[in-house]
Design a protein around this ligand. Structure first.
Ligand SMILES: [Zn+2]
Length: 448
């Protein structure tokens, strides 16, 4: 047998352990894994030089096409993702029209024309009709992951239509009957946060901490509790996105112990930044907000002990921040190019996070959660050849040139992706994206 691509002499790390050797790839799939001596000749051969080879990162949380055109974002941002070792991006995406079906076809086609990596969707519930349409959407598009947004006031500048408890309950009731379906919830009690915002705004404060204190951790904890209650009541599977509070993983673990299907996502920024970092200002406004050291340590406990299930960036390329007023500034930062590096630096090097645990958080678990297993998320025969080669010792300084706001500028991080393979094609190496491969990415949501 000859292969298209063979990577050898690697420390191959999977969610369940590691071995020395490599992989052989043919027609975009992994056809063999094992010791170097067992691998066939490849049309292209890469000597990993003993570096770490992991499944490509599945980033299940980004927002593309919100402020910049969608087709453009599917080029610029998926390229940024590929440079960060990401081989699958799942988009939380919204449509205000009554049906999601035409929207899906349009976004799938435009995505496949432009993206350099594979992608998929979670649909935001933005009106009552979307709830009734869930079974049809699932059957005709394969999308089984839906999102309800708390945390936004009705007149928010992003144009998000906030959920009601009624919407969540009705959606959960329907989703609980569809195999593999789940609801994702942005958990923050906005009624309390709005009240507190008016109080703090009146003091004239413009520091980032004021924004955080206007929507304190307990607002998020309250909604997490309420969503877990509703998930338990309906039997719906619940995913808590961008969890910023240490109580999130604790409450989820308690609920899991009594049989509730609930999982926790957190983001790299909550693990590496606080609202009180002296170099941060309203540029670092995000939703939910950056918190403090105590919440951060709680999240790290969850990362280390397994009660945080997966990581997502909440990557959102907005226009440059205006820096005029904390309260009207748009929330959102970008993270694709550094998401893996941040975890290697702060997790693996600083806290001793096992690499196999990182693979669980970044690849195996999101694949399982969002219906991509056993196709994505593992280095095993039959899986798509989505791979990232990592140099654990490389030190490089973050310098952001793309869209959106970076909150790590100038940071020297240790551990970087050096080569990314998407379904067998080398999309990133030597610091460059292969621009001939735009439009190679495929939509992963398919009709059942
Ligand atoms: Zn988000």
């Amino acid at each position: 047998m000859s292969a298209d691509l063979v990577i050898r002499n690697a420390r191959v790390v999977r969610h369940d352990g590691e071995f020395h050797g490599g992989v052989a790839v043919k027609d975009g799939k992994i056809v063999l894994t094992g010791a170097d001596s067992a691998l066939p000749k490849g049309h292209r051969e890469i000597d990993a030089g003993g570096r770490v080879l992991m499944p490509g990162v599945i980033d299940p949380h980004c927002h593309l096409g919100v402020k910049y055109p969608y087709a453009e974002d599917m080029r610029t941002e998926t390229a940024a993702a590929a440079s960060g070792g990401v081989t699958t991006a799942l988009l939380y995406i919204r449509n205000l029209k009554p049906s999601y079906l035409p929207f899906y076809e349009e976004r799938k086609a435009l995505g496949e024309e432009n993206s350099i990596i594979d992608f998929g969707f979670h649909f935001g519930i933005q009106r009552e009709e979307h709830i009734a349409e869930i079974p049809e959407i699932a059957a005709k598009t394969g999308v089984r992951s839906f999102k309800c947004y708390f945390g936004y006031e009705p007149d928010n500048p992003i144009g998000i239509v906030p959920a009601t408890d009624g919407w969540v309950y009705a959606a959960m009731r329907i989703l609980s009957k569809i195999p593999g379906a789940l609801i994702n919830v942005h958990c923050e009690n906005t009624q309390i946060a709005s009240w507190m915002k008016n109080e703090i705004k009146a003091t004239g404060r413009q520091d980032l901490g004021a924004y955080t204190e206007s929507r304190p951790a307990f607002c998020e904890v309250e909604t997490i509790r309420r969503m877990i209650f509703l998930a338990e009541r309906t039997g719906c599977s619940l995913h808590l996105v961008h969890t910023s509070v240490g109580m999130g993983p604790v409450l989820a673990a308690e609920a899991q112990a009594r049989g509730v299907h609930v999982t926790v996502e957190t983001c790299q920024h909550y693990l590496t930044r606080t609202a009180y970092d002296s170099d941060l200002d309203m540029r670092a406004k995000i939703s939910p907000p950056l918190r403090d050291k105590e919440e951060q340590e709680g999240l790290w406990r969850g990362v280390m002990n397994g009660s945080v299930y997966s990581l997502g960036t909440d990557h959102v390329p907005f226009f440059p921040k205006k820096l005029e007023d904390l309260w009207s500034e748009l929330p959102g930062v970008v993270s694709f190019p550094w998401e893996l590096s941040l975890m290697l630096h702060f997790g693996v090097h600083q806290r001793g996070l096992p690499l196999s645990r990182l693979v669980q958080l970044n690849s195996a678990n999101p694949a399982r959660r969002f219906g991509l297993w056993p196709r994505k998320g593992n280095i095993e025969v039959g899986f798509d050849a989505d791979l990232v080669l990592v140099d654990l010792d490389e030190e490089r300084t973050v310098h952001h040139t793309g869209k959106g706001t970076c909150i790590y500028e100038g940071w020297k991080l240790k551990g970087w992706p050096v080569l990314t393979v998407s379904r067998g094609a080398v999309v990133y190496e030597n610091g460059e994206i292969d621009e001939s491969l735009f439009g190679r990415g495929r939509c992963l949501s398919r009709p059942s």
